[in-house]
Design a protein around this ligand. Structure first.
Ligand SMILES: [Zn+2]
Length: 238
């Protein structure tokens, strides 16, 4: 666990780093639609919307409904937030124009049951199937729990584990020794996929805009955070 606080590493610092130019491209040869595992609604979009757009099909395992994004909100109850965020995911996937099924696993935001998640994912995975999930070292407890559960399900089924960083871009820095950069693979996004990803991210107003004027209703993904997900490439750890 790492602190996710403050402004984090500016996107300009990442853009000035030359190492990603040398990371190998991920060969885009999945045996079928991948399974994308999202601890919270929007993780799948921030992490791999471009990849999903390029592939044209993917199933989504939505682990929680993200009802804990604004504890103490003066505007929405957790139940309202869950409904809003489920609808935002549906709209984002519609904007990506991908075929696939959303499996809503109904876990509690902030308290993922790893054993139950590993069992649920095992039922959805098959040998060789790509399983994209938040990286086990990403620094958010739900992201790390989802990564660990998916790793277990992949070991059990022979599916292929591909981990995507989200909050890593916030707390880490170029050449950070705590990040497995040697396992990084890049997915270069054609302009249409970049545009589709931007449109999909814009489908989450509950996260990218304040819900109201109180501090408890501040945007979770303000512009300096979103800047990290506007790159012309995505990154996974092989
Ligand atoms: Zn998340």
């Amino acid at each position: 666990m790492r602190p996710i606080a403050g402004e984090g590493t500016p996107e300009g610092t990442w853009r000035a780093w030359s190492a990603p130019d040398r990371w190998p491209a991920l060969p885009l040869d999945p045996p079928g639609p991948p399974l994308v595992v999202a601890p919270h609604p929007d993780d799948e979009i921030l992490g791999v919307a471009g990849l999903m757009s390029v592939l044209g099909s993917a199933d989504l395992a939505a682990v929680t409904d993200g009802e804990a994004s604004h504890p103490g909100s003066f505007v929405h109850t957790p139940e309202e937030l869950a409904a809003i965020r489920r609808a935002e995911t549906d709209e984002a996937l519609r904007r990506l124009r991908i075929d696939g099924t959303v499996f809503r696993l109904g876990q509690a935001d902030g308290a993922i049951d790893e054993d139950r998640l590993a069992a649920d994912l095992t039922k959805l995975l098959t040998p060789g199937r790509w399983c994209l999930v938040t990286w086990r070292g990403d620094g958010h407890p739900d992201h790390e729990a989802a990564g660990r559960a998916a790793a277990r399900a992949c070991a059990e089924t022979g599916a292929r584990l591909l981990e995507y960083p989200i909050w890593t871009w916030h707390w880490a820095y170029p050449d950070d020794p705590d990040v497995p950069w040697q396992r990084a693979r890049r997915i270069d996004l054609p302009p249409a996929a970049q545009a589709a990803k931007a449109a999909a991210i814009a489908a989450f107003p509950s996260q990218i805009e304040p819900l109201g004027p109180a501090e408890a209703d501040a945007a979770i993904l303000p512009p300096h955070v979103l800047a990290r997900f506007a790159r012309p490439f995505e990154v996974i750890f092989e």
